[in-house]
Structure formats: C-alpha cells, structure tokens
Design a protein around this ligand. Structure first.
Ligand code: IPE
Ligand code: IPE
Ligand code: MG
Length: 253
C-alpha cells in the first residue's frame, strides 16, 4: 500500500502494520480529556474541545487507511453525574460537531450513526442526528458510530424489552431467540463486533461500553490521553492487534 498520506514520523510505525489485514471494526473509549486539560492548567472543558478535534482527525484517518467500522464512546449513561457546566460543554461540542458533519460528511464519505438513548438529548440535537442519519443513507464510506448517552447494560435491557414486545404481539417466540437474533435488537444491529477495542487515558476497564459486542474483541490500553492519541498511536494499536493470536475458544491450527 502506498504511504503517500503518511507523514515521515508515521512511516516508521506504518512499516510495522500490515495494511492488507486491518481490523475491520475498531472501537475506542475516548478517555483522558479532563487530565489532558489539567496537565496544561486548563479547565476540563478545554480537554473536551481538544478531544472532539482529535476525534475528527482519527475518524478521517480510519477512513483513509480503509477501516470499515469505527465506534467511539463519547458520553456514557453515567456521565450525567458530572458538573452541569461540563455536561453542557460536551452537549455544545456535540452540536458543533454535528453541524460541521452535516456540511462535510458527504465530501468526506464518512457515514455517521448514533448509539444510545437519544431521547434524553435536547430536541435540537436529536434533529441534527436525524439529519446526519439521512445523509449517511446516501453514502457508503466508513461507518462511524458515536455512542452518546450510551450504556452497555442499558442497551441490553432496551434490546430485551423490544424482544419482549415482539413476543407479546406474536411476531416471535421466546424459544426461537438466538444470539444472532438478539443482536438485531441491539443499537449495533447490522454492525460486526469490534475486532480491536482501544482505551487511551490509562484506565483498564470497560466502563459499561459494548458489553455484549466485546465478547471476543482484542483490548489495547495506553496511558496516552485521548487528545494526544495520534495517527501513530492508532497504528501502534493496530500493529499490537496484528500480533495477537485470536483463538475464539479454539486451538491454534
Ligand atoms: C472522556 O474524558 C470524555 C468523557 C467521558 C465525556 P474524561 O472527561 O473522562 O477525562 P478524564 O478521564 O477525567 O481525564
Ligand atoms: C468512559 O470514561 C466514558 C467515556 C469515555 C465516554 P469515564 O471517564 O466516564 O470512565 P470512568 O469513570 O473512568 O470509569
Ligand atoms: Mg475519564
């Protein structure tokens, strides 16, 4: 693969990546914004702003190198516990991001999808996510799922409720439910499970992200904080992934 889009710093790391066997789906927990800001004597909200810019960079880069699916954790069902001004800033950044995305996603050919309970979002934001969904239907590029007001447990409960409703109207029977069938009730319906899950920011936990979908994902943790998580870091994570031996419970051939 030609490295024309890579700066020289990236070429060293890129040399360690097999671009013909990339993970099809990468999931990232966007963590460490607050500490990034604190290190610079800035308010936490400045970290969210930097993190949001970095998301744009990494999402476009994933498209450039040919990642089919990118799923990011942007705001959890637990993040409402944060101070009001921090939550408001995050929602403000989301609005800014959505408005820019509406203008650029067609040119960039990046599809956007939103996962989580969006009913808790301000009406104005929901209208913008609807617009992004409508534009995405016309595109075929990298599918970027943004998890907002997302919780893995809430997603499973929501799926179970919808399945139960279908049972009540008689379209399905409880005994016919399979794992594949259940996946159709999740927010991630139609998207393959993540191959690689990356958590920057130094914590080694899931924090309620993709509990169902990560059953066999490869985990990659780094102390690098999300706003500093560069293209080189992404390539490093992919290279580490390519050295893993995925057995899915079987034995090596
Ligand atoms: C992640 O960064 C962004 C959100 C959870 C919304 P944090 O805000 O959690 O940053 P740290 O973990 O406090 O550094
Ligand atoms: C996970 O990060 C949620 C997002 C990045 C959106 P948190 O910062 O909320 O997770 P904890 O509190 O460290 O587990
Ligand atoms: Mg955090």
């Amino acid at each position: 693969m030609a490295f024309s889009f890579l700066r020289s710093k990236q070429k060293d790391v890129a040399g360690q990546v097999d671009f013909n066997h990339l993970p099809r789906h990468i999931a990232i927990i966007l963590d460490g914004n607050g500490r990034w800001a604190k290190k610079r004597g800035l308010p936490r909200t400045a970290g969210h702003s930097a993190g949001s810019e970095n998301f744009r960079t990494i999402a476009t880069y994933c498209r450039d190198i040919g990642i089919d699916y990118l799923t990011v954790y942007a705001f959890s069902t637990e993040n409402w516990k944060r101070p009001k001004d921090e939550v408001e800033t995050i929602m403000g950044l989301l609005k800014k991001y959505l408005l820019e995305a509406i203008d650029t996603m067609e040119r960039d050919n990046v599809r956007l999808r939103f996962m989580g309970d969006l009913s808790a979002l301000p009406e104005e934001l929901r209208a913008l996510t609807d617009q992004c969904n409508a534009i995405s239907e016309r595109l075929d590029g990298c599918l970027c799922s943004i998890c907002i007001n997302y919780g893995g447990r809430a997603e499973i409960v929501h799926a179970a409720q919808n399945f139960a409703k279908d049972c009540l109207v008689g379209t399905v029977k409880p005994e016919d439910l399979t794992e594949d069938g259940f996946e159709n009730y999740l927010y991630s319906a139609g998207i393959p499970s993540p191959d690689l899950l990356i958590r920057p920011g130094g914590e080694q936990r899931l924090s309620n992200f993709l509990l169902w979908q990560c059953a066999y994902s490869e985990f990659y943790y780094t102390d690098v904080l999300w706003p500093d998580f560069s293209k080189e870091e992404l390539l490093r994570a992919i290279s580490a992934y390519q050295h893993r031996d995925r057995r899915f419970g079987g034995v090596k051939k």
